[in-house]
Design a protein around this ligand. Structure first.
Ligand code: GCW
Length: 678
């Protein structure tokens, strides 16, 4: 339950002695609630890790820790940081410095939230056994918006939730358990999150009333979040004005509709003065939107933006827009093209308090997809990238799949925008185009399960997302190491095993599921488990086109959907070319015979067999590796992961067999290794 705020007890030794020396006294002078929350976190952490109380008065030998805002009146903070030091610290950043002269480690920040981030930074250093006697760092978050999207419904269900039910609502009521929400806010803020949308983007009837009838309940959650530097957002129903029967249309150009939204915005800000804004899924998967009135997404988004602008609110408009009533015979309509086709022509038409939220890939959070070509294509539009921490298509938190390496790869992808080096990370952090708003968002993976995420190891994705959003330069290894130390303690052998499991897990999951970027091959609706043709004849535009000769989607310019041309320069060329296309995305871009030879030297069919046999074996290996931890970590933690890894190993075999058998029968080609194919 405490996750990365467990603060495991540290081993005796030189560093332990060092920590005890410095941390026995703490000086905080501000009453401000966020600074006080930081103090509570500090005292909790120190008591648990070091077994000492951090008292208010300096210890006899004079060593102490002090923290506060630069102008908050804490004499030690003010003595240790001069004005120049303060200037280097951004609105949410902090400086941390060990002063031997003052015998004080000071954390100074421009804002209370910065103090909280800084204090947790120091706790993290201690929790990972780092020296704290020579600190001198200034740390600012790279991304301004670091956001979590909940897909929680008012009835307590969670769309694509794999960790129990919602802890925000149940039975169409807001929860009374503000303690859990407070702990959630602690977890989120210490991971660096500063914005949370609390309800599903599919806004149903009652949730439509969150901006009216239920506003007081929403405000109670916003109060909790505020203490932890988190702004609350709501997903809204584009047809809201009609829903309440006050206006007969939701046409964004209708004066009455515009007035309605303005009034709503004003009402919201009277009770939640720091309200973040709206998240909107419109004209997507049967949700209402501006298309009904012959208007476009810019008309829709701008209308809401005008209503929020006077209060500093923003509109986060999702780009997950595509035709979900397709016919598999139609080879020209391509879901992958949709986001770009819809939004590229609107570049520059959005108000500057609108942010487009773009899923990382053109399809839908598959284990492997190319990066959305909208990144780099929108030069005059604020944008955030949307990841999915919830493992909808990556094992649903029954399989371990540490997603930070995938997110890193996406952030590093060079879009070649402006003809130069333009990785996704520089687009979403706003530095490439100098956007007013920018950042990173992700769909949450938490629920009311005791351990928050169902699979204990899925906590690493939640923590990892926050850390990566804060600083995309952190490596997947570093993030894993931090999370492991904070959760399991500092035993190096334990860390080695867990780190390996995490870092191998994405590749392993990919290897026994859908091959070479083709995606899907899952059971319809709930999306769990293998079903090669599960989506092959559906309306959702998710096909692999496997027949007895070959497999893959032709997205080339000459003979396919032309999707490859949505990329820039050599990216377009590389994907379009059968010779140059990277193996892992081959079937995303090309339809090839099973005998096509990959860069790896293997045929496509042999690749499928090999990866599936190896993948299932490696999944079993994860369980074996974990078994080595028995007795070395808390039994409760050990057992829950063991149970999941056991399930994964068995399920990976099922994947292996379903996929291999299907393609063996389709292709009629034998496995060169003559292994058992059912
Ligand atoms: O990934 C798909 C999910 C839907 C989801 C949709 C979206 C909230 O299967 O459950 O709806 O994407 O992102 O809007």
């Amino acid at each position: 339950y405490d996750a990365w705020l467990s603060y495991p007890k540290l081993p005796q030794g030189n560093l332990y002695t060092q920590y005890v020396k410095w941390c026995g006294a703490v000086s905080v002078t501000e009453e401000q609630e966020t600074v006080q929350a930081a103090l509570r976190e500090w005292q909790r952490g120190i008591a648990s890790m070091l077994d000492i109380e951090a008292g208010a008065s300096p210890a006899a030998d004079g060593f102490s820790v002090a923290f506060g805002t630069f102008n908050g009146g804490n004499p030690r903070v003010e003595a240790i940081f001069d004005e120049a030091a303060g200037r280097a610290v951004g609105p949410e950043g902090f400086a941390i410095r060990t002063s031997l002269t003052h015998k004080c480690i000071a954390v100074g920040a421009a804002s209370p939230a910065g103090v909280l981030y800084g204090v947790f930074h120091l706790l993290r250093l201690i929790g990972s056994l780092k020296d704290i006697e020579h600190l001198d760092e200034t740390v600012n978050p790279v991304n301004a918006l670091r956001m979590i999207n909940h897909w929680d419904n008012f009835d307590g269900s969670v769309e694509r939730g794999y960790s129990g039910r919602s802890f925000l609502y149940g039975n169409n009521r807001f929860t009374d358990d503000l303690n859990r929400i407070t702990d959630y806010a602690r977890l989120m803020s210490t991971a660096g999150i500063n914005a949370i949308a609390i309800n599903n983007v599919n806004v149903h009837a009652l949730e439509t009333l969150f901006i009216s009838t239920y506003l007081p309940d929403v405000a109670r959650i916003a109060d909790v979040f505020r203490t932890y530097g988190i702004r609350l957002f709501l997903s809204v129903n584009f047809a809201g004005p009609m829903h309440e029967g006050e206006v007969g249309t939701a046409d964004p150009l209708d004066a009455g509709v515009r007035e309605w939204w303005k009034t709503k915005a004003a009402e919201i800000y009277t009770v939640i003065p720091d309200f973040g804004g709206f998240v909107v899924k419109a004209d997507s998967e049967n949700r209402p939107g501006p298309f009904t009135y012959g208007r476009d997404h810019a008309d829709g988004a701008n209308m809401l933006a005008e209503a929020l602008e006077p209060f500093g609110g923003i509109v986060i408009w999702r780009c997950f827009v595509y035709n979900c009533k397709q016919d598999w015979r139609d080879r020209k309509t391509d879901r992958a093209r949709a986001a770009y086709d819809h939004f590229k022509p609107l570049d520059g038409k959005f108000h500057d308090n609108v942010i487009l939220q773009i899923k990382n890939g053109p399809m839908d959070f598959q284990v492997r997809e190319p990066v959305s070509p909208l990144f780099g294509a929108l030069e005059q539009t604020n944008q955030v990238i949307e990841f999915q921490i919830a493992q909808e298509y990556t094992g649903q938190q029954r399989h371990v799949c540490y997603l930070v390496p995938q997110w890193k790869e996406i952030m590093e992808f060079d879009t070649l925008a402006q003809g130069g080096t333009a990785p996704v990370k520089h687009i979403v952090d706003g530095s490439l185009w100098g956007n007013r708003y920018s950042g990173v968002a992700a769909v949450s993976n938490v629920g009311n399960d005791r351990n928050w995420t169902g699979h204990l190891l899925a906590q690493a994705n939640l923590y990892g997302f926050g850390r990566l959003a804060w600083n995309p330069e952190l490596s997947a290894e570093e993030i894993a190491a931090e999370w492991i130390a904070l959760t399991f303690g500092t035993d190096a052998a334990v860390a080695g095993v867990i780190s390996r499991i995490l870092l191998d897990s994405w590749e392993i999951y990919e290897s026994y599921t859908a091959p070479l970027g083709v995606g899907w091959m899952i059971n319809p609706e709930h999306h769990y488990g293998p079903n090669v043709d599960g989506y092959e004849y559906s309306q959702w535009g998710t096909y692999h086109y496997a027949d007895h000769q070959g497999i893959g989607v032709d997205r080339t310019v000459a003979t396919g959907t032309g999707y490859s041309a949505q990329y820039m320069g050599s990216n377009a060329q590389r994907y379009d070319s059968l010779e140059e296309c990277p193996d892992e995305l081959l079937l995303f871009f090309h339809h090839v015979p099973y005998t096509h030879v990959l860069h790896s030297g293997k045929t496509v069919i042999q690749h499928i067999y090999d990866t599936h046999f190896e993948g299932a074996e490696r999944a079993a290996g994860l369980l074996a590796a974990w078994s080595g931890l028995k007795g070395r970590i808390a039994e409760g933690l050990y057992v829950q992961v063991e149970e999941r890894l056991r399930g994964q190993a068995a399920h990976a075999k099922e994947w292996r067999d379903q996929i291999n058998t299907y393609f063996y029968r389709k292709s009629g080609i034998e496995d060169s290794g003559a292994r058992k194919i059912y």
